[in-house]
Design a protein around this ligand. Structure first.
Ligand code: INI
Length: 158
């Protein structure tokens, strides 16, 4: 019987971050949280690449293109979709969610979901480093966890 789990050692990992410019007063905080946590976990600054896109709708294609380079062990997708500011909230959420999910299944590269989907600006602020933690920070921990778990799985099967 084997139990496989990841750890929080990011040494030697290369991580891509796709971040949406829409609502950048939120997404820049998510990005700061993700970057500083990756560095804290041992990922080298030179092994973190950041790709900005216009909005959450554009994240899946950008993530797919990053995976196609073959350079990344894992990706983090960051965005903020806020219901109050759009009538097409549901479409943007749906495209971001299903598209990001599809990219990781199609490419076998883990893509962590750091797209906030909230009813209000205040809820987004809460999840971008104030009351309810920082979703970018969480995604940094989770991408390191996933990559290390999959490395352990590959080593077991080798
Ligand atoms: N994009 C977001 O990332 N968040 C939003 O809240 C949002 N709203 O409100 O519309 C949003 N729209 C832009 C969309 O993601 C695309 O960039 C745009 O439609 C061009 O394709």
């Amino acid at each position: 019987m084997a139990t496989i789990q990841g750890n929080l050692d990011g040494t030697g990992m290369k991580v891509g971050i796709v971040v949406a410019r829409f609502n950048d007063f939120i997404t820049s905080r998510l990005l700061d949280g993700a970057k500083s946590e990756l560095l804290r976990l041992g990922v080298a600054e030179s092994d973190i690449d950041i790709l900005w896109v216009p909005g959450a709708f554009e994240i899946p294609l950008a993530a797919q293109k990053m995976t196609a380079t073959g350079a990344y062990d894992g990706l983090i997708a960051l965005g903020a979709v806020i219901r109050g500011s759009t009538s097409h909230y549901d479409y943007v959420c749906q495209q971001a969610t299903s598209g990001i999910g599809r990219v990781q299944l199609d490419t076998s590269v883990p893509v962590l979901f750091g797209v906030l989907t909230t009813d209000t600006v205040d809820q987004a602020i809460d999840r971008a480093g104030t009351k309810s933690g920082n979703k970018g920070t969480e995604c940094a921990q989770d991408v390191v966890d996933q990559v290390s778990a999959f490395r352990a799985l590959a080593a077991l099967k080798a």
